[in-house]
Design a protein around this ligand. Structure first.
Ligand SMILES: Cc1cc2nc3c(=O)[nH]c(=O)nc-3n(C[C@H](O)[C@H](O)[C@H](O)COP(=O)(O)OP(=O)(O)OC[C@H]3O[C@@H](n4cnc5c(N)ncnc54)[C@H](O)[C@@H]3O)c2cc1C
Length: 483
């Protein structure tokens, strides 16, 4: 196919995991690609900074990477050669309770199940078929709606994934198994009575039992740096501190891919879209926001359940009922007194994150979209509940409410870290119901952010699939890697 001469074959706006994945996929296919980024550094949700005190490195957004480690696209890239090293804590996740015990989620499903006493069989019956099929179905799960390569295996996953977390929880009788399950599902950031809230839990469990829940050595920015370095090694060009407000700012290109959410896409390119597509984008719904805290600590967190100190991630929400209530209230626009808190303790496993003997911790809770309320006291009360003495070891803290989260990255609209609500209506058809969710109604303009399938998380699969569509539509080419 012969195309008119342009400055670039493709321009990608935004360098989050999806922008980087799209840029790499296009560059690998032999195109000339420019990647532009509003901030001083690339990475989107994969940046790390000294947010509190000198020498304490905090993950500003994402911290724990089961999705990056199991991403079918990232796994094809030579990221280790570009400096990326994942570290797997001995226990991926701990879920403590008020009585000083904790459920421990191990990479081994059998060891995890052993912990669950009476729920051992129910647990294995739920997760083992998915864990066994995971290597075959992960590329079908992390993809737009399509005819799966392994329909029977996918049907097994889909059967449970379509259900609400509340419904699936009924198969468990113990506090330990029910709490573990509901904490996993709460990553869906919506009422846990909603259909498909089991999908997120199953994906996180399958990934955890396959690749673990690793963190990246040095900080999440190591993933961005490795992706950026590989892209540059292929000849790709990166321009930072370039905030795109209008198409007229950009050099000419055959394809434009936007790693932004529908709201910004409308502002930048809305005048190019059909009336119907604009109507669809305006109807797009954003989900809950987050309130995030990073701490510099004088010593490791003194969890009452000692095993929590061997876990990379700790879910603080006590019972399934308490977690459900917290997520239900938030989905109704209220702030729970005892929010479900997701906490990571990176420096325990990566000494480069803090000065010798000192530690970092990272945590967030869900809040109503756009919330301005300071949740510091409520989050710290939850940590103190399971780790008495926690407040005494805080050297410094840095907090961001939902509005500050959006100020930091315009993609986090109202603090929504998934690029839009991941409910049944928007899981497969985000941002609009179309034959391809990546293609807008304007020729040559595509969307590749987490506002497209498969949604939020650091996996780059939205970018990979968008780029694949661009290659097919505009350049009559295929991707160079098969996933
Ligand atoms: C507090 C928090 C915790 C999280 N924890 C995890 C976790 O532990 N594990 C996990 O897998 N995921 C986690 N996530 C989610 C994950 O970070 C996101 O889902 C992911 O980064 C989305 O990737 P993206 O490429 O779609 O967009 P983003 O990562 O948001 O990147 C978009 C980029 O585009 C740039 N941009 C936007 N508009 C423009 C413009 N007009 N011009 C130029 N540049 C522009 C932005 O500056 C940004 O760099 C977390 C997110 C947050 C905020």
């Amino acid at each position: 196919m012969s195309l008119n001469k342009k400055d670039y074959d493709a321009i990608v706006v935004g360098s989050g995991p999806n922008g980087l994945a799209a840029a790499i996929t296009l560059q690998q296919a032999g195109l000339s690609v420019l990647l532009v980024e509003a901030s001083r550094t690339i990475g989107g949700g994969m940046r790390s900074e000294e947010l509190t005190l000198p020498g304490f490195v905090h993950d500003v957004c994402s911290a724990i990477h089961p999705m990056a480690a199991s991403s079918p696209f990232f796994r094809t890239l030579p990221l280790e050669q570009h400096g990326l090293k994942f570290i797997n804590p001995p226990i991926p996740l701990a879920h403590p309770f008020d009585d000083g015990t904790a459920t421990l989620f191990y990479q081994s499903p059998d060891v995890t199940a052993q912990e669950l006493t009476e729920d051992r069989e129910s647990y294995l019956k739920l997760v083992m078929p998915i864990v066994n099929d995971w290597p075959r179905i992960v590329s079908d799960v992390l993809a737009p709606f399509h005819l799966p390569k392994h329909p029977f295996a996918m049907a097994g996953f889909g059967h449970h994934a379509l259900m609400s977390a509340r419904h699936v929880a009924k198969r468990f009788v113990t506090k330990k198994a029910r709490g573990l399950w509901m904490g996993m599902a709460a990553h869906a950031m919506q009422s846990l009575s909603n259909a498909t809230t089991s999908a997120v839990a199953l994906v996180l469990m399958a990934a955890g039992h396959t690749v673990g829940w690793p963190l990246s050595k040095g900080g999440s920015n190591a993933i961005a740096d490795a992706l950026g370095s590989y892209f540059s090694s292929l000849g790709g060009i990166i321009k930072t501190e370039f905030y795109v407000r209008s198409l007229s700012q950009l050099p000419s290109s055959h394809a434009l891919l936007f790693d932004v959410t529908p709201r910004q896409l409308m502002e930048i390119a809305g005048h190019k879209f059909s009336t119907f597509y604009k109507w669809q984008l305006r109807r797009y719904r954003y989900g809950m926001g987050v309130f995030k805290i990073d701490w510099a600590l004088d010593q490791p967190i003194p969890f009452e359940a000692e095993a929590c100190s061997r876990a990379g991630t700790v879910h603080l929400g006590h019972t399934a009922e308490e977690i459900m209530a917290s997520e239900e209230l938030t989905s109704q626009g209220k702030h729970p007194e005892d929010p479900f808190v997701l906490l990571a303790q990176q420096s325990l496993f990566d000494p480069s994150r803090a000065p010798s003997g000192k530690h970092t911790a990272w945590a967030y809770c869900h809040v109503p979209n756009g919330s301005l309320l300071d949740m510091t006291t409520r989050i710290e009360k939850q940590v103190e509940r399971f780790a008495p003495g926690f407040r005494d070891i805080i050297l410094a803290r840095h907090a961001m409410n939902s509005a500050q989260m959006e100020e930091y990255n315009v993609n986090y609209v109202g603090g929504d870290i998934n690029g839009g609500l991941m409910n049944v209506g928007q899981l497969f058809t985000r941002p609009a119901l179309r034959l391809s969710p990546y293609k807008t109604s304007a020729k040559g303009i595509y969307i590749c952010s987490s506002s497209t399938p498969p949604g939020g998380g650091v996996h780059g699969m939205c970018g990979y699939h968008a780029a694949k569509k661009v290659l097919k539509d505009l350049f009559n080419k295929k991707t160079t890697v098969t996933i």
